[in-house]
Design a protein around this ligand. Structure first.
Ligand SMILES: [Zn+2]
Length: 267
């Protein structure tokens, strides 16, 4: 080896050594796996409640004319009050008045504020008038690619810096974040259904999965709660009453407590 070649080899080794010592750059922040989503801030968990529809979009219309957007607004406000009363949570609504908010703005609010949980509230409708009961939706597996496309298409900022990663590594990181988020969404949905059981009628197959846009954030656990069917006159009558909505929202509040604090929390 010539002196010149030796010098070049030493220089190359000096450049490469720190990189080798610290491991592949793209995994530095990704390992251990839970670090993809940073630990929640020391403050209270932030819960974003999303009253479905609003403004020019009334949502479903009941047999007696009750509008879905009216039910979801009331229920969301009632839930906000119940959660705030515990003193344990920060709570934000995606809309508080009768305004129209785009789906992506609803998701953006949750992501920008680093929400710990996103609860979208809706009321169902179907052609038959006999179907009734509540159900809970989480993101379907098949929607995962759609979520990934939105991450890329809208330049959503992930907690890991995707811009610095190659496409395939970026995909892996989004995938890991999604899986972690999905298992948290599933866990909350299970708790929620347990708490709703006995408090209200549930539809058969009450844990459902769909690709709803508001569930697509790859890094915010999210569920969509259908309170009942406005196409069923009994459900419509119940959802119109504050007593019934409060019963449902108390079940949601208990579920939030179990999810964040653990079971057996008083109140
Ligand atoms: Zn709806």
């Amino acid at each position: 080896m010539s002196t010149r070649a030796l010098i070049i080899a030493i220089i190359l080794a000096l450049i490469a050594l720190p990189a080798i010592a610290s491991g592949p750059r793209y995994f530095k922040d990704a390992v251990p796996y839970p670090r993809i989503k940073p630990a929640p801030s020391a403050g209270k968990p932030l819960i974003v409640i999303d009253p479905g529809h609003g403004g020019k979009d009334p949502g479903a219309v009941g047999q007696k004319g009750l509008l879905e957007k009216t039910v979801t607004t009331s229920a969301a406000k009632e839930l906000k009050a119940l959660l705030e009363r515990t003193g344990r949570y920060e709570v934000l609504l995606t809309r508080s008045g009768d305004s129209f908010v785009e789906h992506d703005d609803r998701v953006r609010i949750a992501r920008e504020k680093h929400a710990d949980l996103f609860i979208s509230i809706h009321a169902d409708s179907t052609n038959g008038s006999s179907t009734r009961g509540a159900s809970v939706y989480t993101l379907a597996d098949r929607a995962r690619n759609r979520s990934k496309r939105i991450v890329n298409g809208q330049n959503w900022i992930m907690d890991v810096d995707l811009a610095e990663q190659s496409d395939s590594v970026g995909d892996i990181l989004v995938d890991l974040a999604q899986r972690s988020t999905e298992s948290q969404s599933e866990a909350f949905a299970d708790i929620l259904l347990e708490n709703l059981e006995g408090k209200t009628r549930l539809v058969g197959n009450s844990h459902r999965r769909a690709g709803y846009y508001v569930l697509l954030a790859p890094d915010v656990p999210a569920v969509l709660l259908e309170l009942g069917f406005l196409s069923n006159s009994e459900d419509e009558k119940l959802l119109k009453t504050k007593a019934h909505r409060t019963k449902l929202m108390k079940a949601v509040r208990r579920s939030v407590d179990e999810y964040f604090v653990g079971p057996g929390r008083p109140g």
